[in-house]
Write a protein that binds this ligand. Structure first.
Ligand SMILES: Cc1cc2nc3c(=O)[nH]c(=O)nc-3n(C[C@H](O)[C@H](O)[C@H](O)COP(=O)(O)OP(=O)(O)OC[C@H]3O[C@@H](n4cnc5c(N)ncnc54)[C@H](O)[C@@H]3O)c2cc1C
Length: 396
């Protein structure tokens, strides 16, 4: 049995593990976090390709998430500006992660084991872990996310780039929302797009994948531009410690939260403002992206965010990782030696990732389009139709 080692046990790592296992590999996953990742994350938009990918690794997609039938754009007064039929299933990160995690045997899942690098040897690779142990296999995969150590060694010049904006996210319980919001915004994939900001939201399952009416949650997403100095301040905790990439939500200072709430009251329509007000702790993440020109060499490959992060406007993070995983397994099945398989995999997925990456940048740029006459009320956005019809759609 061929052996693979996967560094990173989130969506990309677990998808790759399932696809390789189905092709007859013995797969061990080494995840940096010491406790299971379950129960975390917020909303994820699904695409048919993702559903097909899950089914191809024998994961049932019944009750995958909440079905929304259309997309609606609102103005600042809460009036409907545009409604497009757009059937889609929206779900939660936790739902997808727990389905994948349940498919992976516990004895091959190693928590609290972080990869610090790798070594290419004759016909095999060695993953080097933070406790200085070394594990070797025919294949080592870096699925260790956007600040991947495996990528840093393979492609030292590729560094995530800051976009100049952050995303604030929050989840509100359906039962905490007013009847007015529940009967309107809650049922749709909603948009509000004034200049300098972009708000989207959609319903997802409640705790423990509860899809019953009254038990679901609303996933609120707000992109907003932030100057470099302000971002630095937002990423600094009460003790003056600066977190260059992202700050753990409980450490965000009170004055940062207060500023956020005040800005929200100035910008948001009443429906989205209510959702935010009744949410559990909102949290922010600076938006970064990167794209690697190589996703595999010798006996070492990259999947998911380790290889490429497309900004979240295309809603492709999970789907892209799934497609990487399936392509990887397919290439390894098709070639008699691993370096050739990884070369073919890299060629196909670098091109596909680049398409998502650049499309997401274009969509992100629409946030900052400021038409003559202003667009504070979201009625005058020249890209409204493009934003509503192409956000979180598949990029082939
Ligand atoms: C807890 C969590 C919650 C998330 N929630 C959302 C969400 O709500 N919405 C959304 O759009 N995206 C979310 N994401 C990101 C999303 O999973 C990815 O954008 C996408 O699915 C690609 O996944 P990935 O596995 O390639 O990368 P990631 O999901 O970033 O996973 C990388 C994994 O590698 C682990 N890791 C990092 N460094 C090392 C190392 N050196 N050695 C071993 N392991 C390492 C990390 O702990 C993590 O589990 C979340 C990610 C995580 C980890």
């Amino acid at each position: 049995m061929r052996k693979a080692i996967i560094c990173g046990g989130s969506i990309g790592g677990l998808f790759a593990a399932a696809a390789l296992r189905k092709s007859g590999w013995q797969v061990d996953v080494f995840e940096r976090t010491e406790i299971e990742l379950s129960g975390r994350g917020a909303g994820i938009v699904t695409h048919d390709v993702l559903i097909d990918a899950l089914e191809s690794i024998d994961i049932t997609t019944d009750d995958l998430g909440v079905f929304v039938k259309d997309r609606t754009a609102y103005d600042k007064s809460g009036n409907e500006l545009m409604r497009l039929p757009f059937p889609q299933i929206v779900t939660s990160w936790d739902r997808i992660h727990s389905l994948l995690r349940a498919s992976h045997p516990n004895e091959n899942h190693h928590l609290g084991r972080s990869a610090i690098g790798f070594r290419q040897e004759q016909n095999k690779a060695v993953a080097i872990l933070n406790d200085k142990t070394e594990v070797e296999a025919e294949l080592v995969i870096g699925a260790d996310g956007f600040s991947s150590n495996i990528r840093a060694q393979m492609l030292p010049d590729i560094k995530p780039l800051s976009s100049g904006y952050v995303v604030w996210r929050a989840l509100a319980n359906e039962s905490d929302l007013s009847e007015e919001v529940r009967s309107d915004v809650f049922k749709t994939f909603g948009f509000f797009v004034p200049s300098g900001s972009q708000i989207i939201g959609y319903p997802i399952a409640g705790f423990d994948n509860d899809l019953r009416e009254g038990h679901r949650r609303y996933n609120f997403v707000w992109y907003i531009g932030v100057e470099q100095e302000e971002l630095k301040d937002m990423l600094t905790d009460d003790n003056g410690k600066y977190y260059p990439v992202s700050i753990p939500p409980p450490l965000v200072r009170e004055d940062v939260m207060k500023r956020f709430t005040e800005t929200a009251h100035q910008i948001l329509p009443a429906n989205f403002a209510e959702i935010l007000e009744r949410s559990e702790m909102p949290f922010f993440t600076p938006i970064y992206d990167h794209h690697s020109p190589l996703m595999g060499k010798g006996n070492v490959g990259l999947v998911g965010d380790a290889a490429c992060v497309a900004r979240p406007h295309v809603g492709m993070g999970v789907t892209k990782a799934a497609c990487d995983a399936l392509c990887l397994a397919r290439s390894l099945d098709s070639y008699s030696n691993i370096p050739d398989a990884l070369e073919a995999y890299s060629e196909e997925r670098v091109a596909a990732s680049a398409r998502a990456h650049y499309r997401a940048r274009d969509l992100g740029a629409t946030i900052f389009v400021d038409p003559e006459g202003g667009n504070e009320d979201g009625r005058n956005n020249p890209n409204l139709h493009e934003i509503v019809s192409t956000t979180a759609t598949i990029v082939i």
